[in-house]
Design a protein around this ligand. Structure first.
Ligand SMILES: [Zn+2]
Length: 94
């Protein structure tokens, strides 16, 4: 356990979470929104575009990019994409 400063509201809190308990619900909702956006649209748009589409601030988007959970998620999406390509190539050989 360490003392962290919440990057959403600036309050200090003690936990290993990314934000303080007051902000965790909202942060979770926005993070899901961001993940859904990336799933549907890929990750080709600028953060400004994603921000205006989702209503999530660029500052928070930048934080989400650092989340280990997002990095794992992105790897997963890449794997799915590679799998699709591989399957597509198999199909083309018929
Ligand atoms: Zn907070």
């Amino acid at each position: 356990m360490e003392l962290n400063r919440c990057s959403r509201c600036g309050n200090f809190y003690v936990s290993n979470d990314n934000v303080c308990p007051n902000c965790s619900a909202r942060d979770g909702v926005e993070f899901s929104t961001f993940k859904n956006y990336v799933q549907e649209n890929g990750f080709n748009d600028s953060l400004n575009t994603i921000s205006s589409q989702t209503g999530i601030s660029v500052k928070n988007l930048n934080r989400f990019l650092e989340y280990e959970e997002f990095q794992n998620y992105q790897n997963e999406l890449n794997n799915i994409e590679e799998l699709k390509n591989a399957i597509g190539k198999l199909g083309n050989n018929d």
